[in-house]
Write a protein that binds this ligand. Structure first.
Ligand SMILES: *[C@@H]1O[C@H](CO)[C@@H](O)[C@H](O)[C@H]1NC(C)=O
Ligand SMILES: *[C@@H]1O[C@H](CO)[C@@H](O)[C@H](O)[C@H]1NC(C)=O
Length: 250
């Protein structure tokens, strides 16, 4: 067997045990992508990195990656205060690299969420605005499965009680969820957060979530509140071995 063929085989074998993920920053400004794993095996790739405009990275994730999320952090400077407040939004414990156990993003943050090869042999994925919005995002794939996205800027027209944070020029780099904005003042028993007596799909309809329609009408293919499974949780057969691309500012 030639060395070349052997090398090709050796790269194919791990390919069968892992999936390929690409994160593309199509925004005309630098972003700091971040990644967090909720359960199970973590990808070996970094949990946070700098992404100049129009650049992408490609890496492997476990073929059963569970409760994985990828998001973008805006306007970061890690030099003086490495931690959740190093960025205007999306920052995490840890600084540039998010802490693997506690490094979830500070809302508001648009999230790309994945659980691969779960029940029914399906990949589940969505673009979530449950923790609010901080940039347009899409999840596309190479096997013809549905596109999850929120392709529009929800900051500019964001309802006043949810608008922000703002950058140094006064531009809104986020739009908070009604839950995060604590509009009803009772986060532990809230129809906006689907908590307490509102903690089931039956007792927490989307119609009870303030400003749900602002997010949903602009981004019908995004997951806009805690129980939005029926409208924006997408699936793809794991057997198709999809390569997913998460694009910021698609
Ligand atoms: C980051 O913050 C430090 C300390 O405030 C400052 O000196 C530096 O210029 C900042 N860097 C950028 C790129 O803004
Ligand atoms: C999905 O998981 C099942 C059970 O662990 C496994 O047998 C199968 O090979 C996996 N499929 C893919 C495409 O990863």
């Amino acid at each position: 067997m030639s060395t070349l063929i052997l090398a090709a085989l050796l790269t194919l074998v791990p390919g069968a045990l892992a999936r390929t993920m690409t994160v593309y920053n199509h925004c005309p400004f630098t972003m700091w992508p971040a990644m967090f794993t909720g359960t199970g095996t973590r990808p070996s790739y970094s949990t946070g990195w700098e992404a100049p405009p129009y650049t992408s990275v490609t890496f492997s994730v476990p073929d059963n990656w569970q409760a994985g999320r990828i998001w973008g952090r805006r306007d970061c400077n890690f030099s003086t205060n490495p931690g959740p407040n190093s960025c205007l939004d999306g920052g995490c414990n840890g600084g540039l690299e998010c802490d693997p156990s506690t490094g979830t993003g500070v809302p508001p943050a648009t999230l790309a969420e994945f659980s691969l090869n779960q029940s029914g042999g399906l990949d589940y994925y969505d673009v979530s605005l449950v923790d609010g919005y901080n940039l347009p995002m899409s999840i596309t794939n190479n096997v013809g499965c549905p596109v999850a996205n929120c392709p529009v800027d929800l900051g500019l027209n964001c309802p006043a009680p949810l608008k922000g944070p703002f950058d140094s020029t006064g531009f809104p780099v986020g739009c908070k969820s009604a839950c995060e904005a604590n509009l009803d003042g009772n986060p532990s028993n809230s129809p906006n957060c689907c908590t307490g007596e509102y903690d089931t799909p039956q007792t927490c309809p989307s119609s009870g979530v303030a400003y749900y329609s602002y997010f949903k009408s602009n981004c019908p293919n995004a997951y806009c509140y805690a129980f939005d499974d029926s409208t924006a949780l997408f699936t793809c057969p794991a057997s198709k071995n999809a390569v997913y691309t998460v694009t910021f500012c698609p």
